[in-house]
Write a protein that binds this ligand. Structure first.
Ligand code: SF4
Length: 144
């Protein structure tokens, strides 16, 4: 069970304990771009129902306390999020300015990778059914 003082994963699932909506995906299927919410919103049935037949994490970005060793991306020996590391190494920046982000003070990606994560963060679609080559490498580290 995640505790409230854990850093936040900015690419969480809505059912995770403590999950909040932090953004809405805009852009296109090939170039998704998150629109950041000024204030994180509660994950309610009404919000989830808005996504209709697609999974909520295709439409929204959620943040929730980092799942640590319960997450496939967590490298316990180094206390690192591999996904954050790979997004920084394998995807291009999509903005030159830090996005105005309501969770930065508690964001694991920011804590670990600094602004390099934030410059790439808006293109991350948590449930991306058609990732581009860079994102596929970042998420699957070339496995697919
Ligand atoms: S913009 Fe930066 S601080 Fe905000 S969720 Fe993304 S990585 Fe975290």
């Amino acid at each position: 069970m995640a505790s409230n003082n854990r850093m936040l994963c900015p690419s969480a699932q809505p059912e995770w304990h403590g999950s909040q909506v932090i953004g809405v995906m805009a852009g296109s299927a090939d170039n998704p771009q998150m629109v950041f919410l000024d204030t994180p919103q509660a994950v309610t049935k009404r919000v989830l129902d808005l996504t209709n037949i697609v999974s909520p994490a295709e439409v929204f970005r959620f943040a929730a306390p980092c799942a640590h060793k319960d997450c496939e991306h967590y490298a316990e020996a180094e206390s690192k999020c591999r996904l954050a590391e790979h997004v920084v190494h394998f995807t291009p920046p999509v903005t030159e300015q830090l996005p105005i982000c309501a969770i930065r003070a508690k964001c694991r990606w920011w804590q670990q990778e600094g602004g390099a994560a934030c410059f790439r963060c808006p293109q991350v679609q948590t449930n991306n059914l058609k990732p581009n080559d860079e994102m596929r490498v970042a998420v699957y580290h070339g496995v697919l």
